[in-house]
Design a protein around this ligand. Sequence first.
Ligand SMILES: O=S(=O)(O)c1ccc(O)c(O)c1
Ligand SMILES: [Fe+2]
Length: 341
Amino acid sequence: MPVPAPDVVRAADAELVVTDLARSRWFWVDALGFEAIEEDDEVIYLRGYEEFLHHSLVLRKGPEAGLRRLSYRVRTPEDVQRAKDFFAAKGLPTQDVPAGTTRGIGEAVRVEDPFGFPVEFFHHAEQGPRHVQRYDLRRGAEPSRIDHFNVLTPDVQAAHDFYAELGFRTSETIEDADQIYAAWMFRKPTVHDIAFTGGAGPRLHHIAFFVPESHQILRACDILGSTADHGHIERGPGRHGVSNAFYLYLRDPDGHRLELYTSDYYTGDPDHQTYRWDVQDPRRRDFWGHDVVPSWYREGSTALGLDGAPKALVHPPVSEETVHVGADGLGVVTEAELQRS
Ligand SMILES: O=S(=O)(O)c1ccc(O)c(O)c1
Ligand SMILES: [Fe+2]
């Protein structure tokens, strides 16, 4: 008898380990404009202005930078138990997380998915102060709310199939006749809550935060330029092919990648169709055909297991970077060269 999947509402929270809390606070709060809704010497709870729950992201001080958890909200308290049963039935590690372990979040279950990612499911959550119309508080890029996770994994097809079993639908893919190179999957009615990028994993590729419009993305660039901190800009600003979103990728002081993201599209109808990009289409990742910088394909944040130890990496047989020529301007890069880089 198959164990029913939990009813996942959306990507809702995440926790990153950072090595210098003060430096991280400067980047995420002073430069980007997140609100530090609660903090102490060990941890900072960051919040976007349109977030209704307690926070959007947790930065926790630690000796080595890494991804501690990606968290999804589930629809009912019973779905937390359902999540535990679903993963346990597959022989995957599960951990009960007492209420309040993460401030503002009730009891949760933390699991390791089949690809080594630390994933948490919760229902109960404190509502934070309503700052949607507190324009007097908005600063920096005026981040609104958490939007999605993107992770690096060597077998995108397997990850896609597993999250489809978890009830995620597919909005877009990048593929050719041989394989899927990337997939975007959703529970909330937008382009994605989770995306899989082909590459050595398990590693976090990025966490994305919605901003009101492209103006806030350009303002983030201007702010970082003003203080000569433009080195934190990795890719963009630009317009994605996949998702049609306007975007900017930044690297925080520990190298964690975040995306400022706006104006993707609605996917909520029951017959929403998957849009499939050919890996040879130069507009798939940047609608204006700009090159994707090599670091964007190659670098990510270490995933930490439920025991807190870094997860060993598994490399893919072929990666998109070695297949696509043209817009990436890289020509054919062999897998061996990639693994040496
Ligand atoms: O670069 S892609 O157009 O593939 C892309 C699309 C949507 C995203 O959220 C993203 O991170 C990357
Ligand atoms: Fe993204």
